[in-house]
Design a protein around this ligand. Structure first.
Ligand code: TXA
Ligand code: MG
Length: 334
């Protein structure tokens, strides 16, 4: 199969619609990361997403719709706080989980009785969703476990020959996946943190909790239990307070002939004595925008990437560090 990258315009949108209606897959830009979309009402099309990504079949997909799509045809029991959140943050990088009406096909929710709904703000995403006027099931457009894609070229690197069309909308401005919020209870619960922070949700909904998985408990957001965002090279992870150990590790690896990069925010980068570094920038928002691009650039040449994480987990830092820790192997070394 030939994989085409086309600018998002009338002609490519007509082609996208044709492919989706025929049960095929189309990659499209959003403000967070690129998605790999299929018609959420078509069981075979939805199942093909899992096959082409190598995605575990118990990890449900988010359903994307345009702002004027009637979500009450897909989900029910929408609490009042969710309507306020919708007004405050949508379209945008917030996904809300509601009770399913059973309209979208079972493969989307992997047996859960809920559906995750996302209304992206990216103009290109909205043009695509309006062109097809269908609910579109879409995970991030990366091979399962690999780093998420923030450009059409990233999608091409993972899916060349496997999908017919990538709609190009330039670089994603957000850079990490949407916040996933469980809206099935009295108080909203963050299942995956992102650019719409717990604090922002609480300020509108009155309260907001963060889900922390407990061993043995039924998994509420299956996606969070898997390895994720892994670059194709060795990784290691250190806390900011252990910079001296991280530097010793870097020097030891380099001494053995490895090409090593640190990855960290700018403030940390200044403390590394000029060693090679993928500098994520000054703020959590900048870090989010840069993380996946830098991991994908780094993995092309690096033998090893060593992450150094600050202690702060407030606001957007919660989402950034969730991805950062997983990308660097998830286990702190000292
Ligand atoms: O920003 C994003 O959300 C991107 C773009 C493409 O929209 N999509 C994305 O999809 O990140 P994916 O498949 O990589 O992650 C979906 C996450 C997973 O953690 C999954 O477990 C969770 O959403 N999820 C989906 N449906 C759910 C449901 N019904 N209940 C709980 N969690 C759900
Ligand atoms: Mg993903």
């Amino acid at each position: 199969m030939t994989t085409r990258i086309l600018q998002t315009d009338e002609a490519s949108l007509a082609l996208a619609r044709e492919i989706i209606e025929a049960g095929g897959l189309v990659a499209f830009p959003t403000e967070t990361v690129y998605g790999l979309g299929a018609n959420a009402l078509d069981e075979a099309a939805t199942e093909s997403i899992f096959k082409v990504k190598g995605r575990p079949n118990d990890n449900p997909l988010i359903v994307h719709v345009h702002p004027d799509y009637d979500i009450s045809s897909i989900v029910t029991d929408i609490p009042e706080y969710a309507s306020r959140l919708r007004k405050a943050f949508l379209p945008g990088p917030l996904t809300m989980v509601f009770k399913s009406l059973g309209t979208v096909c079972p493969a989307v929710s992997c047996g859960l009785d809920t559906v995750a709904i996302r209304i992206p703000s990216s103009p290109a995403a909205q043009r695509f969703l309006r062109a097809v006027n269908l609910p579109i099931a879409a995970p991030s457009a990366n091979i399962s476990k690999h780093v998420s894609p923030t450009s059409a070229q990233h999608v091409f690197a993972d899916f060349n020959g496997l999908i017919p069309l990538i709609l190009d909308g330039g670089e994603c401005t957000g850079g990490i996946e949407s916040t996933v919020l469980d809206c099935t209870g009295e108080v909203p619960v963050v299942l995956r943190s992102g650019l719409v922070t717990r604090e922002m949700v609480a300020s509108v909904a009155g309260d907001c909790r963060v889900h922390t998985p407990v061993a043995g408990e039924k998994v509420r957001s299956p996606g969070m239990k898997y390895a994720h965002y892994s670059p194709k090279c060795r990784t290691a992870l250190y806390a900011e307070e252990n910079i001296p150990s991280a530097i010793s590790r870097y020097d030891a690896e380099e001494g053995k002939g490895a090409l090593v990069y640190f990855i960290c925010l700018d403030e940390t980068a200044k403390k590394l004595g000029g060693r090679k570094c993928l500098n994520l920038g000054q703020t959590a928002e900048e870090g989010a925008r840069n993380l996946y691009r830098m991991l994908r650039e780094g993995e092309k040449t690096a033998d090893m990437i060593i992450g150094i994480a600050p202690a702060c987990r407030d606001g957007v830092m919660a989402g950034l560090m969730n991805r950062f820790e997983k990308a660097c192997g998830g286990v702190y070394e000292s």
